[in-house]
Ligand binder design. Structure first.
Ligand code: DX5
Ligand code: ZN
Length: 279
């Protein structure tokens, strides 16, 4: 189904965007948590999809995204940590996602004779690789970019935003042949799979490298261990979309957490090379 709301990354202005991660909210009180985050000025809602295979954890699927969609008109930024992105993007589009970010490491290949409409359910049969075999240090095969291009094109055809993500062990170079087409690059700042982990400072260099590869109107998202302190450091390197779970929904004051993260992100952006006046 084609998105009625359109690509949220095209609509948004230039400043930093705050994306609370609903993985950290109390699902039984999700509406209340969503309201609090939006009232405090959150820009998009980040939804983490984990398949227990690409990452060693399970979260939620399309019906939960649909419930969020029925509850709010805010943009839903769906991050799919799944082995077979080609088999799921249609379903998350149907469920009401506004943007889908998939992992380049999961783009090794798929059966190209199967049409998009038939891909709503993954066929039976052995799945190719799990998080156990996708070692962080393994090189992403060159075919990945070709498949990633097709996913991006399909997401755009559906009217959705398209993001591509890098695990901590995957170099920026893996995106070379697809980066031009995407709306957003997500640099994971923890190993994907769980909320509440510690930020990996080693990722700062990769953030700066990716920013150097992007056009001004393409977004650079960071996700994992983001709080005002780490968010500011990422903003200084050029990140401009800040996902935060524990720091926002684990806080007693959700509104203050959203505002503090925005202030830190704006402060970091002012100090970044991007916004320094040319010498
Ligand atoms: C991790 C997810 C994150 C997670 C971030 O695999 O992609 O979006 O919710 O959680 P915090 O901000 O708690 O590290
Ligand atoms: Zn995420």
């Amino acid at each position: 189904m084609k998105s009625k709301r359109g690509n949220p990354w095209e609509r948004a202005g230039k400043g930093p965007l705050i994306a609370p991660s609903l993985l950290a909210c109390d699902f039984a009180r999700a509406g209340e948590h969503i309201d609090a985050a939006l009232a405090a000025g959150a820009d998009v809602l980040h939804v983490d999809i984990m398949d227990g295979h690409f990452v060693p954890n399970l979260s939620v699927g399309p019906p939960v995204v649909e419930s969020f969609r029925n509850y709010t008109d805010a943009p839903l930024d769906v991050h799919i940590m799944v082995t077979d992105p080609a088999y799921y993007i249609e379903r998350f589009a149907d469920a009401g996602a506004d943007s889908v970010t998939f992992h380049i490491e999961a783009c090794a290949g798929w059966d190209e004779t199967v049409g998009w409409d038939e891909r709503r359910v993954r066929p039976d049969g052995p799945v190719r690789e799990s998080h156990l075999s996708i070692s962080p240090a393994r090189r992403v095969p060159p075919s990945a970019a070709k498949h990633a291009q097709k996913l991006v094109a399909r997401l755009h055809e559906l009217g959705l935003g398209a993001g591509v993500s890098l695990r901590p062990g995957t170099p920026a170079e893996a995106l070379r042949d697809v980066i031009e087409q995407v709306d957003l690059v997500l640099v994971m700042t923890v190993e994907p799979g769980y909320g509440g982990q510690r930020f990996m400072p080693d990722m700062l260099e990769k953030i700066a490298t990716v920013r150097g590869m992007l056009r001004e109107n393409q977004r650079l998202q960071v996700d994992g261990g983001i709080n005002p302190r780490t968010g500011r450091r990422c903003a200084q390197r050029g990140a401009d979309v800040f996902v935060a779970g524990e720091n926002i929904f684990g806080s007693r004051n959700i509104a203050a957490a959203v505002r503090d993260l925005r202030t830190a992100a704006e402060d970091g952006a002012k100090r970044s090379r991007r916004h320094r006046p040319a010498e």
